[in-house]
Structure formats: structure tokens, C-alpha cells
Design a protein around this ligand. Structure first.
Ligand SMILES: [Zn+2]
Ligand SMILES: [Zn+2]
Length: 481
């Protein structure tokens, strides 16, 4: 296999399976940032030059299965399912299984994910050891291996260099990427900071023993020594709990890239959803997370479910965690506002507006009066309106309109006779057929612009040349169409 980095001889950390994760064999050489010498066009370079394995077909499927991962991910739930039908579930064991689910789950979410992969806060040594041990009990590979993959996921989200590229389908992102050997290596991501961390090194070195001890032995021992339920401890707190922890965290790669809203950005697949948050101990606000990955929070509202955030905050109160990173509120709001404006723009584009001033002919007063003899034209705020279709619809009666034909009704319209509603003003603007030459000074600008158009969502390249400041008001004589 060729190296990810073209200018270095050392090969990057193995794209290992869950259980194949190397136990401390390639330390110390990785203290130089992995991505120090990558070309500026790395993504294009990697996609072009790095070999891709041939597609998986029925013929080569057998050789392309990652058997250790497959067995780990099938035997564990099989034991749990067998236990459901053959082992009595005792209340104490059930409670212990749920508690241990949260302990090992937090090892991944608060430890592997927010502490090590994203450095979103600092943890004291005791807390680090606790999270490293708890995380090992979730049987998802060592901190170092896991974080390397996760950093690549953030860096190359939704591309071929993303190890759990959501564009390859829900099940690929959920579990397929672990069971089928990857067609190409994940993009380069530096974990040299983790190589220097003594807790991460310790966990990497003893990973296989920690996995067995925390994944199966400890949950069995607690139930066995605690209340004599050895088999129940193994089946429910061990295998059953592990199955839930697995699929709970796998949902961050699948469900969180598939279900929900994009309140902060819609460039990539990550989404926010309460259901995903409940499934993943609070990692369900994934749209926020991909925008602000170094924030220790996933949920920014107090009522949103994010126990991982509550855990980190509590650790801070206990003096075990510090430097909790929070992205500037002002920048978070920019993202939210952009997405809201985008939605409003769609709404705006679905509405029919009054004709633009530039599209209307400029008519002299004399011409206006002449043409008023043939059709019901009324001037309001510098604009000429054809009210033919509205005469019988006018709530104040036909007579109030007919007496204004060929005249300037601005004063009457704006309160002289009746102070028309915004809706009436908007509707009037739809009847515009011309602009009165020299008529604009007659009304203030806010009378010429319909209320619905005073605030509009404009793209950056639409901001210049407001129609009311353009040459549309220059001298000219036109005919109404
Ligand atoms: Zn993601
Ligand atoms: Zn992340």
C-alpha cells in the first residue's frame, strides 16, 4: 500500500477494524504531524493518485469482508438475543446494564469524541484515565485509531476521503464501512497531539486487555459479585449493553447524517434531530457539531438533550475538567440567520411581485390624462395604475375610484379619504402600468414602495442599483402598453 503522504516514507496509521486495532506497536514515529508535507491540492491529488481497490462484487465479496469486525458485530448481538429468550433479566442487572451503557457511552462521546478527537476541553489525568477505560468498554478501537478516522470524517465530510461517507448510503455509514474493507484509505488527518498524550498511549498499548476487561469482564463481575447474577451480567450488561452502545454511536455516522434539520448550514449532510440525540447520548445535534466541532456542546439550548455536555460541565464543576470551548455566539447566529434567510428567500421567490420600475414606461401628465379617457387610470405615489379589474372589487365602492380616474389620488389613498391597509397598498402596486414623469416627488419614497417590498432578501450581487435610485426617472415619454 502506498503512503497517504507523498513526501514521507512512513505509512499512516492502519485503517484497522474495530478489533484489529493495533495495540501499541507504532508509537513515537508519529510525533511529526501526519499532514505536515501534504501538497496544497491534497484532496485532488489523493483522489487521483491513491489507488482505489476494485468495487466489491458477489465474486470478490468473501475476500473483502473484514471478518474480525463482522464477527464482533454479529456474535455480540447474537449472545444478547439468546439471553433475552434464555436468561432471566433481573432488575438489578437491568439497572446496572443501563448505568454501564451510559458509562461506556460517555467514554466514547465525552472522551473519544469531544475530548480527544476534537480537543473541546481539557481533562485532568484522573478523568482522562476514567474516559479511556470507559471508552475501551465500548469496544470501538483505541482512542488513537478512532480519533484519526473521526478527524478524517470532519475534514473530508461526504467525500471519498471520508471513511464513513454518508453519500454512500445509510447502512454504509452506519456499519458497512467496518465490515467491508475500505476501497481507499481515509484522507490524511493528524493525530500527533494524541501520540504525545500518555493516557492515549497507555490505552493504545493495553487496548486488547482493556477491551476484554471493560467490555465483558467488569460488567459480569459487578453483577456476579454484587447480586450473584454471573450469566445475566455477561449477557445483558456485557453483550446486550455493548450492542446498544455500538449502534448508539454508529447512529452518529448514519442517522445524524440523514434525519433532521440543517439550522446552521446545508453544505453537507449532517443534521440536527432530537431522536438522534436520544439515541446517541446527546450527539444528535450534528449539524451544529460539524459547523462548530471544537465546541464542547452539541446542543446549545438548555432544553435540548445532551447528557455528554452536562457530564463535561459537571466535571468542570468538580474541578476535573477545564477550558470548555464555546464557539462565539455571534458567529453561531450568523449561520442560523443565513439558513433562515435562505428559507425566506425561497418563500419570496414563490411570490409574484409588482412590476419593476425599469419595466414600466414613463408617461407625461398630459399623456396620462389623454389615456385616462379610454381606460380607468389613477395615479398614486408617482405610479399609474389601471384599476379596470378592481372597480367592482373596491371595498369602499366603485364611485370612490371612478371619481379619481385621470387624477392623482395619493392624498386620498394615504389617509385623506381612507388610510389604506398595507395589504391594500400591496394589491394596488400589482395594478401598476406606468410611472408618471416627474410624479415621484409627489409622495415620499415609502409611499412609492409597497410595504411588502420594504424588507427583502437580496443576494450580494443584487444589492447595487436599487430601482428607485436608477435612471428610470430620467426624462422620457412613453406609451402605456
Ligand atoms: Zn458527522
Ligand atoms: Zn465530531
Amino acid at each position: 500500500m502506498s503512503s497517504v503522504v507523498p513526501t514521507r516514507k512512513t505509512s499512516p496509521p492502519e485503517m484497522a477494524s474495530i478489533a484489529k486495532d493495533p495495540a501499541g506497536k507504532n508509537n513515537n514515529k508519529d510525533t511529526i504531524p501526519e499532514d505536515l508535507n501534504i501538497p496544497d491540492n491534497y484532496v485532488a491529488w489523493a483522489l487521483k493518485n491513491q489507488k482505489e481497490l476494485p468495487p466489491v462484487t458477489w465474486d470478490n465479496l468473501f475476500q473483502n469482508i473484514n471478518w474480525i469486525s463482522l464477527l464482533a458485530l454479529t456474535i455480540t448481538p447474537s449472545i444478547a438475543i439468546w439471553g433475552v429468550f434464555n436468561v432471566k433479566l433481573r432488575t438489578a442487572t437491568l439497572v446496572w446494564s443501563i448505568i454501564y451503557y451510559f458509562i461506556t457511552g460517555l467514554g466514547i462521546t465525552a472522551g473519544y469524541h469531544r475530548l480527544w478527537a476534537h480537543r473541546s476541553y481539557n481533562a485532568s489525568k484522573p478523568l482522562q484515565y476514567f474516559l479511556a477505560v470507559a471508552g475501551a468498554g465500548a469496544v470501538e478501537g483505541s482512542i488513537k485509531w478512532w480519533s484519526r478516522g473521526h478527524r478524517a470524517h470532519h475534514r473530508y465530510t461526504d467525500t471519498e476521503l471520508d471513511p464513513y461517507n454518508a453519500h454512500k448510503g445509510f447502512w454504509w455509514a452506519h456499519i458497512g464501512w467496518m465490515i467491508i474493507k475500505a476501497r481507499r484509505k481515509p484522507g490524511v488527518a493528524d493525530v500527533s497531539d494524541l501520540s504525545k498524550n500518555e493516557v492515549v498511549r497507555w490505552q493504545h498499548r493495553w487496548y486488547v486487555y482493556l477491551l476484554l476487561a471493560c467490555g465483558f469482564l467488569l460488567p459480569t463481575l459487578v453483577a456476579g459479585l454484587g447480586w450473584g447474577d454471573w450469566l445475566g451480567g455477561f449477557v445483558f450488561a456485557g453483550a446486550g449493553r455493548l450492542t446498544f452502545v455500538h449502534h448508539s454511536t454508529f447512529c452518529v455516522n448514519s442517522l445524524a447524517h440523514w434525519l433532521g434539520e440543517t439550522p446552521f448550514d446545508d453544505k453537507h449532510t449532517p443534521r440536527d434531530h432530537m431522536i438522534t440525540a436520544f439515541m446517541t447520548i446527546g450527539e444528535g445535534y450534528h449539524n451544529f457539531h460539524h459547523q462548530f466541532p471544537m465546541d464542547y456542546r452539541n446542543a446549545i439550548k438548555w432544553y435540548q438533550y445532551d447528557p455528554t455536555k452536562w457530564f463535561i460541565w459537571t466535571m468542570q464543576q468538580l474541578g476535573l475538567a477545564s477550558h470548555l470551548k464555546v464557539f462565539p455566539e455571534n458567529e453561531v447566529r450568523k449561520g442560523q440567520l443565513t439558513m433562515q434567510l435562505k428559507k425566506l428567500r425561497e418563500l419570496q421567490d414563490g411570490v409574484t411581485w409588482a412590476p419593476e420600475v425599469q419595466q414600466l414606461p414613463i408617461i407625461s401628465w398630459e399623456s396620462f390624462q389623454e389615456q385616462s379617457a379610454k381606460r380607468p387610470l389613477i395615479v398614486v405615489a408617482g405610479h399609474i395604475h389601471d384599476v379596470a379589474d378592481f372597480l367592482d372589487e373596491h371595498p369602499g365602492g366603485r364611485h370612490l375610484l371612478t371619481k379619481q380616474i385621470g387624477k392623482d389620488a395619493t392624498t386620498a389613498f394615504f389617509g385623506g379619504v381612507y388610510d389604506h391597509s398595507n395589504a391594500a397598498h400591496n394589491l394596488l402596486s400589482m395594478m401598476r402600468v406606468g410611472v408618471l414623469h416627474g410624479g415621484h416627488q409627489h409622495g415620499l419614497q415609502d409611499k412609492a414602495i409597497p410595504p411588502s417590498q420594504r424588507l427583502r432578501v437580496a443576494r450580494y450581487n443584487e444589492l447595487t442599483g436599487s430601482p428607485y435610485a436608477s435612471s428610470a426617472w430620467s426624462d422620457g415619454e412613453g406609451m402605456l402598453s
